[in-house]
Write a protein that binds this ligand. Structure first.
Ligand code: B12
Length: 212
């Protein structure tokens, strides 16, 4: 049973308690954590986005849906993380400056952790300077950036430029993601890779670093 209609409805209606309970039930019934994300949670957020575009939902509804998504992730994240064995690969991840969307970034972070990578999550609204400081201090192999707004996408380029200026760009591979980002854009601004989802992010890290 992949799709939990109850979880989908709970997120769509911004009901965090119901989302938590629906997740518990679905997991107890044997649903795979990743499939719950792909078949119930992400489609629910897509629907929320459509309702926002149609001006049936407004920012408060987006916030409530985001909270419902997070309360479901509280149960799912430990399961994703537990499935991995630690590898000597360090990843820094953050949502770029000016952008507060962190749900997708959090899923990517959990999936990477679940695949055994060490993940340092800088949070949302991360300035280029903060990315540079973290790279210097933590010496990661990979830097992942997320952006959900077309107006914050340029901060990805500013961050890559800041990494170059600080002399650390060649030490790391830079991966991009987030709904408005494309592989074309990633190429244009000099990133090393792009993926449209969290599974792809794991594959990209593995292929870029040639780990099994
Ligand atoms: C929830 C939400 C919010 C919440 C965010 C809560 C939170 N903590 O994240 C709140 C209410 C804060 C919010 C605010 C705003 N939002 Co908003 N929001 C959304 C909504 C409905 C869902 C986003 C989401 O979580 N999707 C689910 C996740 C799982 O998907 P995802 O983020 O795309 O991530 C996946 C992939 O992209 C990928 N990925 C993501 N990051 C990365 C990184 C890497 C490295 C890789 C490889 C992959 C990867 O993997 C993820 C998992 O598969 C979207 C609509 C939509 N359908 O996307 C609008 C949307 C993004 N918001 C929008 C807007 C306009 C705003 C506001 C400007 C509204 C306002 N007037 O105030 C503000 C901006 C605030 C700010 N400065 O950031 C627009 C953006 C339009 C645009 N193109 O620029 C959208 C598209 C809605 C719309 N249709 O108009 N929002």
């Amino acid at each position: 049973m992949a799709l939990s209609k109850e979880l989908f409805d709970a997120i769509l209606n911004g009901d965090a308690k119901r989302a938590h309970a629906a997740t518990e039930t679905a997991l107890a019934e044997g649903a795979e954590p990743m499939q719950l994300i792909a078949d119930s949670m992400v489609p629910a957020m897509d629907e929320v986005g459509k309702l926002f575009e149609a001006e049936e939902y407004f920012v408060p509804e987006l916030l409530l849906a985001g909270r419902a998504m997070k309360s479901a992730m509280e149960l799912i994240k430990p399961l994703l993380v537990a499935s991995g064995q630690k590898m000597a690969v360090r990843v820094i991840i953050g949502t770029v400056k000016g952008d507060l969307h962190d749900i997708g970034k959090n899923i990517v972070a959990s999936m990477l952790e679940g695949s055994g990578f060490e993940v340092i999550d800088l949070g949302a609204d991360v300035s280029p300077e903060a990315f540079v400081a973290a790279v210097k201090e933590r010496q990661p192999h990979i830097v992942c950036m997320s952006a959900l707004l077309t107006v914050t996408m340029p901060a990805m380029k500013t961050t890559i430029d800041a990494l170059s200026k600080a002399g650390v760009r060649t030490q790391v591979k830079v991966l991009l993601g987030g709904a408005p980002v494309t592989s074309q854009y990633a190429k244009e601004i000099g990133a090393d890779g792009y993926s449209e989802n969290a599974n792809g992010a794991v594959g990209l890290v593995k292929s870029l670093l040639a780990v099994a």
